[in-house]
Design a protein around this ligand. Structure first.
Ligand code: PGA
Length: 227
């Protein structure tokens, strides 16, 4: 007798391509401060470690005063909070979530995106009901690649023994590092925001299209005894 394994997903660069909205919010704030905007590729390359790291990188890129960081972040958050107009679900992501839910997999989100913005974007795409646990970048003192947020997500799903039972699906170096630190098998979505070649990133399996995910999960068959 066995039950389907819990699966935790990263959000930005894994389920959603949110870089265009992040880019638009960043450049609105830069323009308001008479700073030259940044190209989309550059902003995308800064995403993954949460809002504070994003702005540290922007400040370094544009030679801004680090003392202005809290004010810049506050102005950014006011826009980022419910920015969804330019964000897209990756093709097949919603269908894969529905198929995994039908198979009985408990699912969660472990993202470095702030929790309120995370909840807004999940609601915008009608995904809220898929996830029994959502941990954001401001939910705990630690962010990915620290293992604590991933452990907390599995714990909130009622799966304390995540290392043995669960899977983590993500796209970035932050996700790969977090999975390794938490000893959770990592499924790498290769179409997201990583900088590192796939073969140089630690992962148990990889996929480039969400139509491959359900088969991959079934092939890996990580099962936990019921009861
Ligand atoms: O907000 C970020 O910087 C990254 O978010 P993610 O953890 O969902 O990739």
């Amino acid at each position: 007798m066995s039950v389907p394994c819990p699966i935790v997903f990263d959000l930005d660069g894994t389920l959603i391509d949110s870089a265009p909205d992040i880019h638009a919010c960043v450049n609105t704030v830069l323009r308001e401060n008479a700073v030259t905007p940044l190209p989309l590729d550059r902003v995308r390359s800064f995403v993954g470690g949460g809002v504070e790291l994003l702005w540290s990188r922007i400040i370094a890129a544009r030679g801004l005063d680090p003392a202005d960081r809290p004010v810049l972040i506050a102005a950014f958050m006011a826009r980022y909070h419910d920015a969804t107009a330019l964000t897209r679900l990756y093709p097949g992501a919603a269908e894969a979530l529905a198929a995994l839910a039908d198979l009985g997999h408990p699912m969660g989100i472990c993202t470095n995106k702030p929790l309120a913005a995370t909840r807004n974007v999940l609601a915008h795409f009608g995904l809220t009901g898929f996830f029994g646990a959502v941990i954001g970048g401001d939910s705990l003192p630690q962010k990915k690649p620290h293992p604590a947020p991933l452990h907390a997500t599995f714990a909130a799903l009622g799966a304390e023994d995540a290392a043995a039972a669960g899977l983590f699906v993500g796209d970035s170096e932050f996700d790969a590092g977090c999975a390794a630190a938490a000893s959770v098998p990592f499924l790498l979505f290769t179409g997201g925001y990583r900088h590192t070649p796939v073969e140089q990133m630690a992962h148990e399996a990889s996929f480039s299209d969400f139509s491959q995910l359900v088969r991959l999960v079934l092939e890996m068959r990580p099962r936990v005894p019921a009861g």
